[in-house]
Design a protein. Structure first.
Length: 388
C-alpha cells in the first residue's frame, strides 16, 4: 500500500530528474516535487505529485530526499545554506544527491548530515536521458551496501545496476572517471566520422563496422546516429558535460596527474560552447568538423569565436602575441607557419582542424583558454595554453 511507503521529496525535475521522479511515483511512493522552473514539474503534478513552493517546504516531512540540480554551487547552496535541506529536513531523513558534483563537497555534506542526525550520500547516475526514461540508469553510490539498505528499493525503481564505492565522495569520483572515458570516446567518435566522411565512405556502414570491434563505444553506438541524422537535441547538454570534465580535471590537478584525453575534449567542448552550443546535445561536437553552413543551420555562430580573436593579439590565454611569439601551441607564428594543427598555412586561408576557415592571423582552433586550471606563471598545459 502507498501509505506504508517512504515519503519522497524530489528537487530538480529537468531532463533527467523528471523521468526518475516519474518512476518513483509509478512504484507507489508518495512524492513531493520542487523545481526552479515550475512548468517542468507540472507533468508530475498532473500525475499526482504534490508541488512545493520551496525546497525547504518540499523536504519538511520527507523520509527520503533526492536532488538533481546543475552545478556544485547549486548543490552547496541547496544543502548547506542556513535554510537548506540539512536544516529543513527532519531528523533521520536520508538525502541522496544524484547530481554529478564535487567529491570534496559530497564529503562535506555527508559530514554535516551526520552531525545533524541525517544521512546523506552522493549517488550520481549514468545512462543519459534514454536511461532515465527507461528506468535503466546505473547508480554510483558514495556509500556502502549497508548504507543504502533502507533506500535500495527506491533506487531500484529507476536503475538497472547499483555500484557502491564505500564512502562519501567516492561515488562522485567514480562518476568523473566515467565522464573522462566518455569524453575521449566522444572525440574518437567525431574524429572517426570526420575521417570516414573525407574518405568518401558510407558513414552508417562505417559506424556499424566500428561497433563490431575494439573501437566500439557507447558514443559510437548511441550518439553517432543522432549526429548523422542532424539531431542535436540534448540527452545531455554540452554545458553540463563541460562542467563534468572541468570537475575531473580539477581533481586530476589536485592529485598532480595529467589527463590529456580529457584536456583535448574540454578544449573542443569549450569551443562548441563559445559558438552557441551550450544547450545542444553532446553529439554536437561533430559540428566542429563540418562546413560553416552546417553549424549555422544548427544555430551556431562562428563569429562569436572569431570576433574574440579578430585583432590577432590574443590566443585566448590572455597573452599578447603581437611580436610573433607563441600562441600557446608551442610554435613560432612570426612567418605564418604552423598554428598547431600540423599544417603549413602559407600566406592564404587555411582550413584548420575542424573545417572552419581561418585567415592568416587567426590562431589555432584550440585557442580558447581552458578556465579549469590555475597554472603557475609561464606554465603551458596540454594544449599549450598559458595559464593565468
Amino acid at each position: 500500500m502507498a501509505d506504508t511507503k517512504q515519503r519522497v521529496a524530489f528537487i530538480g525535475t529537468g531532463i533527467m530528474g523528471a523521468p526518475i521522479a516519474g518512476h518513483i511515483m509509478d512504484a507507489g511512493y508518495p512524492l513531493t516535487v520542487y523545481n526552479r522552473t515550475e512548468a517542468k514539474a507540472q507533468p508530475l503534478v498532473e500525475r499526482g505529485a504534490v508541488w512545493s513552493a520551496s525546497p525547504a517546504e518540499a523536504v519538511r516531512d520527507a523520509d527520503v530526499v533526492f536532488t538533481m540540480v546543475g552545478y556544485p554551487e547549486d548543490v552547496e547552496e541547496l544543502y548547506l545554506s542556513s535554510d537548506g535541506l540539512l536544516a529543513a529536513s527532519k531528523p533521520g531523513a536520508v538525502l541522496i544527491d544524484l547530481t554529478t558534483s564535487s567529491p570534496a563537497l559530497a564529503r562535506d555534506i555527508a559530514e554535516a548530515a551526520a552531525v545533524s542526525d541525517r544521512t546523506a550520500f552522493d549517488c550520481p547516475v549514468t545512462g543519459g536521458e534514454s536511461g532515465a526514461i527507461a528506468g535503466t540508469l546505473t547508480a554510483i553510490a558514495g556509500a556502502t551496501e549497508r548504507d543504502i539498505e533502507s533506500v535500495r528499493a527506491l533506487l531500484e525503481t529507476f536503475t538497472a545496476r547499483i555500484f557502491c564505492f564505500g564512502g562519501a565522495g567516492k561515488g562522485q569520483s567514480a562518476k568523473l572517471a566515467n565522464q573522462i572515458a566518455l569524453a575521449s570516446s566522444m572525440v574518437g567518435m567525431a574524429d572517426a566520422l570526420s575521417l570516414a566522411q573525407q574518405s568518401g565512405l558510407d558513414l552508417e556502414q562505417t559506424r556499424k563496422m566500428i561497433l563490431t570491434g575494439t573501437g566500439a563505444s557507447g558514443a559510437m553506438d548511441s550518439l553517432a546516429p543522432k549526429a548523422l541524422d542532424g539531431d542535436w537535441k540534448p540527452g545531455f547538454m554540452v554545458k553540463h558535460f563541460i562542467k563534468d570534465i572541468r570537475l575531473a580535471l580539477e581533481e586530476a590537478e589536485e592529485k598532480e596527474i595529467a589527463l590529456p584525453g580529457a584536456d583535448t575534449a574540454y578544449a573542443l567542448y569549450d569551443m562548441l560552447d563559445a559558438i552557441g552550443g551550450a544547450e545542444l546535445g553532446t553529439q554536437a561536437i561533430t559540428l566542429l568538423y563540418q562546413e560553416e553552413g552546417d553549424a549555422v543551420a544548427a544555430g551556431l555562430d562562428w563569429s562569436l569565436y572569431t570576433n574574440a580573436h579578430e585583432h590577432g593579439d590574443e590566443c585566448g590565454c590572455g597573452h599578447d602575441h603581437e611580436h610573433g611569439d607563441e600562441c600557446g601551441c608551442g610554435h613560432d607564428h612570426e612567418h605564418g607557419d604552423e598554428c598547431g594543427c600540423g599544417h603549413d598555412h602559407g600566406e592564404g586561408e587555411h582550413e584548420c582542424c575542424h573545417g572552419h576557415h581561418h585567415d592568416s592571423d587567426h590562431e589555432c582552433c584550440h585557442g580558447e583558454g581552458h578556465g579549469h586550471h590555475d597554472h603557475g606563471e609561464g606554465h603551458e598545459c596540454c594544449h599549450g595554453h598559458h595559464g593565468e
